[in-house]
Design a protein around this ligand. Structure first.
Ligand code: IFM
Length: 478
């Protein structure tokens, strides 16, 4: 496939970006995303119980600078002001997540009226300002009590999640049409259970595989419950973090490593949900580690309960090598090496992530080809950069603006080649708690001064506002 998306090395959006962006249709959604733990604060108020991230933040060295979510952006107390800000930016959709332990303390039992009341008011506030709520049920903050009972590696957690989904739907389903079950199960399963860098900090491939199967199962059970409880047509989705995996070189070892990376990092997520099966080669690869996916009769049918939208989060892509630093292709236990590497020679964001908009086009076209018939929305895309506010707190973030423009252009390019992508949500509305990086890494369209909690839209926010207006206006007058 040839793509002509201009690179993001430009310091600001180019005319080529604009030309592609202007081909987006009038009803294309423009939104911004956040998640509960990253912005809300108020972690011990109104009956909320701790989540695994509250616990993880207390582990010495787990989070940079010892940061935690206790105050974050204080959104719990400033929600109306934040909704006004979002609406003022001309965004039509707001993707937020619900804190499970706020609405169902301890992860089981009855709803907490004060907790659900917050989301009830949030939804009303959004609707009153003409913004569509896009609700994510789970963005990594498992109630600690459920972790103590085994967490995602335990099958029961999937059933607890389905109960929780129905409970939130009972209270908000009359007004919320767009429901995403899970955000980036990869991060919950792999970063949280295999690599130990996210809560709950586990380091076991077997736990990660078990956790992922139960996340998939929880998703499928929740879809079934929501579908049968629905009082109106719902748009049900799951959001995955996706990228492309290319072999580092054309050697058989690297090509085989890229296949393994693709099975473990891409098809492990989409195949069960969109095809009702786990990839055969993945099952074989896991067997080499002595690991079996804990599938029971009927699980795959449940997991493949039809969804309406696939949420795609995209930040970067890697290449994969089958050889380690010392030139070896297998470790001491006979396990083949699978090593992700940067491409090199590309611009990088403030997190060192390579800027690769072309790969977003490629991945969207791949999803449309390999899993036809599922509309997509970019539920997250954005970049952390070192922001330098002026005396008024304004950030002239040309690099972030160029990043967003290049990726939005890449989405438009994919659409022109046939991908059914219906919206683009920037990550994130606000600077916020960037997990293990704490508050040092800023992804926001809007700067947050954490001392005063002042919000100041950056240039990227103004660019997104103007772009959304232009696309709607241009389309309306076409
Ligand atoms: O901040 C996260 C978000 O919570 C999930 N997707 C990636 C973002 C940037 O790392």
């Amino acid at each position: 496939m040839t793509t002509t998306v201009p690179s993001a090395t430009a310091a600001s959006p180019t005319a080529d970006h604009d030309a592609l962006i202007d081909r987006l249709p009038p009803d294309f959604r423009f939104g911004a995303a956040t998640s509960a733990f990253q912005i809300e604060g108020a972690t011990a108020e109104d009956g909320r119980t701790p989540s695994i991230w509250d616990t993880f933040c207390r582990v010495p060295g787990a989070v940079d600078n010892g940061d935690d979510g206790d105050i974050a952006c204080d959104h719990y107390h400033r929600m109306p002001e934040d909704v006004a800000l979002l609406a003022g930016l001309g965004l039509d959709t707001y993707r937020f997540s619900v804190s499970w332990s706020r609405v169902q303390p301890h992860g089981r039992g009855p709803v907490n009226p004060a907790g659900i009341g917050f989301y009830d008011r949030l939804v009303d506030e959004l609707l009153a300002r003409g913004v569509t709520p896009w609700l994510t049920l789970y963005h990594w903050d498992l109630p600690q009590d459920l972790q103590d009972a085994g967490g995602w590696p335990a099958r029961d957690t999937a059933y607890r999640f389905a109960d929780y989904a129905e409970l939130v739907h009972d209270r908000l389903g009359d007004r919320v049409e767009h429901w995403t079950t899970l955000n980036e199960p990869f991060c919950s399963a792999v970063l949280g259970h295999v690599e130990g860098v996210h809560a709950p900090g586990g380091r076991s491939l077997a736990d990660g595989v078990h956790a992922l199967h139960h996340l998939h199962l929880g998703h499928g059970l929740a879809v079934q419950r929501l579908r049968s409880a629905a009082r109106r047509p719902l748009d049900l989705a799951v959001t995955h973090l996706l990228g492309t995996s290319r072999p580092a070189t054309d050697t058989p070892a690297d090509r085989e490593a890229a296949r393994r990376a693709d099975a473990l990092g891409f098809r492990f997520y989409l195949d069960p949900i969109l095809r009702g099966s786990y990839p055969r080669d993945l099952v074989d690869d896991l067997a080499v580690h002595g690991i079996e996916i804990p599938v029971r009769d009927g699980d795959l049918e449940t997991i493949a309960a039809p969804i309406d939208t696939l949420g795609v989060n995209y930040y970067r892509s890697m290449r994969t090598s089958g050889v380690d630093e010392s030139g070896v292709t297998h470790d001491a236990h006979g396990i083949p090496v699978t090593r992700n590497l940067p491409h090199g020679g590309l611009p990088v964001t403030g997190l060192g992530w390579e800027v690769m908009p072309h790969d977003l086009t490629e991945l969207l076209l791949r999803v449309s080809r390999d899993y036809p018939g599922t509309p997509m929305v970019i539920t997250e895309n954005g970049a952390a950069y070192d922001d330098h506010p002026d005396a008024h707190g304004f950030v002239d973030d040309t690099a972030r603006t160029a990043y967003l423009a290049a990726h939005l252009a890449a989405v438009s390019q994919a659409r022109l080649h046939g991908a059914d992508v219906r919206g683009y949500f920037a990550w994130s509305l606000l600077d916020n708690f960037e997990w293990a990086y704490g508050y040092a890494k800023r992804f926001g369209l809007v700067r947050v001064d954490y001392t005063t909690q002042t919000r100041t839209p950056k240039r990227s926010a103004l660019w997104l506002r103007d772009t959304a207006l232009r696309v709607r206006g241009a389309s309306a007058s076409a």
